[in-house]
Write a protein that binds this ligand. Structure first.
Ligand code: PMP
Length: 287
């Protein structure tokens, strides 16, 4: 993610990543109380463009507020700093990782000391380009009554890590997690859609991260004339699907070939997902 030349933004300064330091008693390190974002920039005909930068930094503010972390940079300042970060590292197509973490405090109440890190690196499509084999996870997504599921909190990702690890250990590429009522929620780091008889289905908000790519897919599906229905559904509903895909900033639109070894009916290139994946690539490359 970094080398000896990499520059990061840390608490108001541009420093070399290799010289960045963290207090070992940081509450974030011990308890996972920190918030972050995952953002992509794309090379366009009119220069580098950070896709939906405002939406991502607004979500960072939302996440920080939910966790009682005071984020002292405005959305506009964070966008401006991100462009400067890309310039300093000569990056065009890149992944930007803002992290807001807190200082030394072992008590279970918010720390007043807030740190802001912006880093960026080149990152290929997170889940790759092959059609993913999914496994229904034995882990559920965090219960919305035990945390703020719509906030992107560091500690929430322990759930993602155990789910992905379980899937890989069982010979699958990725996990699909259910909610507390055993309905399909989302992937460990992406939202989930499936296609059936020309319509798209995805879980409603409430038990999932409100994905920015998910929202883009709603817009693109609408432009292309496909209906998207938000409703609860089970893995059995997905077994009969014609196709399925994940959406996320890092994953973009990722093809899914099967769930629990039930293969979907359509070849990827004949699916709505394929059309949306193509439309998504066009959309992110326009400044
Ligand atoms: N769900 C989870 C759990 C995620 O980590 C992500 C990635 N941020 C998403 C969904 C997709 O969100 P977005 O499209 O905003 O990247």
């Amino acid at each position: 993610y970094y080398n000896s030349d990499t520059i990061i933004f840390l608490d108001g300064q541009w420093v070399k990543a290799q010289n960045g330091k963290i207090n070992l008693y940081s509450q974030t390190l011990h308890y996972g109380v920190g918030v972050f974002e995952g953002i992509r920039s794309y090379k366009t005909e009119n220069g580098t463009s950070i896709y939906k930068a405002k939406e991502h930094f607004e979500r960072l503010h939302y996440s920080a507020e939910k966790m009682h972390i005071k984020l002292n940079y405005t959305v506009e300042e964070l966008i401006d700093l991100s462009y400067r970060l890309l310039e300093k590292n000569s990056l065009e197509d890149a992944y930007i990782r803002p992290l807001v973490y807190v200082g030394e405090n072992m008590a279970l109440q918010p720390s007043e000391e807030v740190h802001v890190l912006l880093s960026a690196w080149k990152w290929g499509r997170y889940l790759g380009d092959k059609q993913l084999k999914l496994m229904t996870s034995s882990f559920q997504r965090p219960n919305p009554k035990s945390c703020f599921v719509e906030a992107k909190v560091c500690g929430h990702y322990t759930n993602s890590i155990v789910a992905t690890t379980e899937a890989k250990q069982n010979g699958f590429d990725e996990a699909l997690l259910l909610d507390m009522n055993e309905n399909v929620a989302e992937g460990p780091g992406a939202n989930f859609f499936y296609e059936r008889e020309g319509k798209l289905f995805t879980a409603p908000l409430g038990n999932i991260l409100s994905g920015i790519t998910r929202q883009t897919i709603f817009e693109l599906a609408n432009e292309l004339g496909f209906e998207v229905i938000e409703k609860f559904f089970t893995p059995e509903d997905v077994y009969n699907a014609d196709g399925a895909f994940f959406t996320g900033t890092a994953a973009e639109v990722a093809a899914i070939g099967s769930l629990d070894n039930h293969r979907f009916n359509l070849p990827w290139k004949k699916s709505i997902g394929y059309q949306l994946a193509t439309a998504y690539q066009k959309c992110v490359q326009i400044k």
